[in-house]
Write a protein that binds this ligand. Structure first.
Ligand SMILES: [Zn+2]
Length: 310
């Protein structure tokens, strides 16, 4: 029996398979990514807490003797076990290792792959049908997000994707939709661009805010950041229904038809939905990065086609 195995047994450490599964659950809980392990990192303690490891289990050292160099290297047994588990996940293509993730995101993190995402959902007993709506990062989706974030903004931007299939059938189109959602929601820091609402599900896996297409999907509107805007469900509906649009300076323009609504429309207790929307000069809360804001060509199309003419 190897020295390491003997130590694992002596300290009654969890098995590698158990740690692999705990890592997959932790990855899902943390949006698909966890930082490279190091001492004092929250994730290292979080998983140790999950197993109820005691002080000696957390602080047991492995000693490796390098005879040639005449030195002894000490490493924590718990860290070694975590690393071996994460490394096994990477070898099975369930996560990408920090060096591989770094090439894509410039962050040294373990990142779920689509295969790992599926496995983590199964482990957490979350139905696969929910997958499409979770903003969980995966290597494949992050590749799309990166491409969207880096796409060049041009004056003659065409918000229509003529080759787009409006019925989603392929794995590629599903990944693309998730990449679109993630890029838009992240650009707006998970907040509605109109009211600023930011709220997650109780399990913190998903956000209330949605990535709205400015030129809608059914008109073959592009799944890219220039044709997207993050809106809460209320404002998403009102935008699609044509209760408001945007002016060229990105101020909100509300429909004149609001004045014809019956008195009791759009009221929630003391809150008046339409009055809040018509506040003069209400501007959208856009991302700081100018290059990810909606494109004028998409906004103009919405104003001319979805917004009713007076
Ligand atoms: Zn809102």
């Amino acid at each position: 029996m190897s020295y390491e195995r003997k130590m694992l047994e002596q300290f009654a450490m969890p098995t590698q398979i158990e740690v692999e599964q705990a890592l997959l659950r932790a990855l899902l809980k943390h949006g698909g990514v966890i930082k490279e392990f190091g001492s004092g990192q929250e994730i290292v303690d979080e998983i140790a807490n999950e197993f109820g490891l005691n002080k000696s289990q957390r602080s047991a050292f492995l000693e490796t003797i390098y005879r040639k160099e005449n030195r002894v290297k000490k490493s924590l047994l718990w860290h070694r076990l975590l690393f071996r588990a994460a490394d096994a996940l990477a070898r099975n293509n369930l996560v990408t290792c920090p060096t591989q993730t770094f090439q894509l995101t410039k962050k040294r993190e373990w990142l779920l792959t689509e295969k790992g995402f599926d496995d983590s959902l199964k482990l957490c007993k979350i139905p696969n049908a929910r997958k499409e709506f979770l903003p969980t990062k995966s290597f494949e989706v992050q590749k799309i997000v990166k491409k969207l974030n880096e796409s060049r903004r041009t004056e003659d931007y065409d918000p229509f994707d003529k080759d787009k299939k409006t019925v989603k059938t392929t794995r590629e189109s599903t990944l693309r939709t998730r990449g679109f959602r993630q890029a838009v929601i992240e650009a707006y820091s998970c907040k509605c661009a109109v009211c600023g609402l930011k709220v997650s599900s109780p399990d913190t896996l998903s956000w209330e805010v949605e990535a709205a297409h400015i030129v809608p999907h059914r008109y073959k509107g592009r799944d890219d950041i220039f044709n997207g805007i993050a809106l809460c469900r209320f404002h998403h509906w009102a935008f699609d229904a044509g209760w408001f649009t945007l002016q060229d300076d990105c101020k909100i323009q509300t429909s004149p038809l609001i004045s014809r609504l019956p008195f009791d429309c759009g009221k929630i207790e003391g809150y008046d939905f339409f009055q809040a929307l018509t506040k003069t000069g209400l501007k959208l809360r856009f991302p700081d990065r100018l290059e990810v804001r909606p494109h004028q060509n998409a906004i103009r199309w919405h104003r001319q086609n979805v917004f009713p003419r007076p």
